[in-house]
Design a protein around this ligand. Structure first.
Ligand code: ZN
Length: 241
């Protein structure tokens, strides 16, 4: 069974379409949240994702913010601007779809969470101590997260320590022990590789295949500018940072 794992689309339709074309036939889609925010195509992205086959979809912090359910003081001025613009450019049907989602689920023996299993909305898994603590906050062998926009594999050694590695695109790996994995970001990569990031997961073999696909970054850059959204979000796409 091939599961397409996507996260942090951030209203970038061009990147999302490239990923859907590149991934080929899949049996299901797991989307780890942040469908919107920063990018120029929120409505188109939500509609696309909503209609994907056998979808399991989480809310990310940007999605929750757009629903008006977060204290916006946690967002900086640019993020605030983007949240307000996004809200005005989403249909009632898309906001209704968000209402049906949660921030963490367990499916097919795998935990899915946007930020971390401990705090699905806000926590970033960026340091090994935080990661180690978070292994106590899910019961399954594997947990998939997004939020940092950085593809990574954290493996639990069983002796109270955690290793990390960056899985290489195009090289599938079999996950042996307990692990937390991040597929990276479809619509706003932050690992200095501007290509859209995603993964194909085969649950019955615990097989993880990280993938990257190039898309027309310049076209999205132009649409961000035309929408009057903060310029920095457009520039970041080109740098992949
Ligand atoms: Zn994000």
């Amino acid at each position: 069974m091939r599961i397409l794992v996507i996260s942090d689309i951030h209203a970038n339709l061009t990147a999302l379409v490239a990923v859907l074309a590149d991934s080929g036939e899949v049996d299901g889609v797991w989307c780890l949240g942040d469908l919107v925010g920063y990018g120029p195509d929120p409505e188109e992205c939500v509609t696309r994702v909503r209609n994907l086959p056998n979808l399991v979809c989480l809310l990310g912090n940007h999605d929750v913010a757009v629903m008006g359910k977060l204290d916006m003081e946690a967002f900086n001025r640019e993020a605030n601007l983007s949240v307000n613009w996004t809200r005005e450019n989403l249909s009632a049907a898309s906001l209704f779809f968000f209402q049906s989602l949660t921030t963490r689920v367990e499916t097919m023996g795998v935990t899915l969470s946007h930020g971390s299993p401990r705090n699905p909305i806000w926590e970033y898994l960026l340091d090994l101590n935080t990661v180690l603590t978070n292994f106590s906050f899910f019961r399954t062998k594997i947990c998939l997260v997004g939020h940092t926009h950085i593809p990574i594999l954290y493996s639990h050694n069983g002796n109270g320590s955690v290793d990390w590695s960056v899985p290489q695109p195009g090289t599938p790996l079999i996950i042996k022990g307990r692990a937390i994995l991040n597929p990276g970001s479809v619509g706003q990569p932050r690992d200095r590789d501007p290509r859209a990031a995603y993964a194909i997961f085969t649950p019955e073999e615990s097989k993880w295949e990280p993938r990257r696909v190039a898309y027309d970054v310049a076209a999205v850059h132009e649409r961000i500018k035309a929408a009057g959204l903060p310029q920095r979000h457009a520039t970041r796409l080109i740098d992949g940072w």
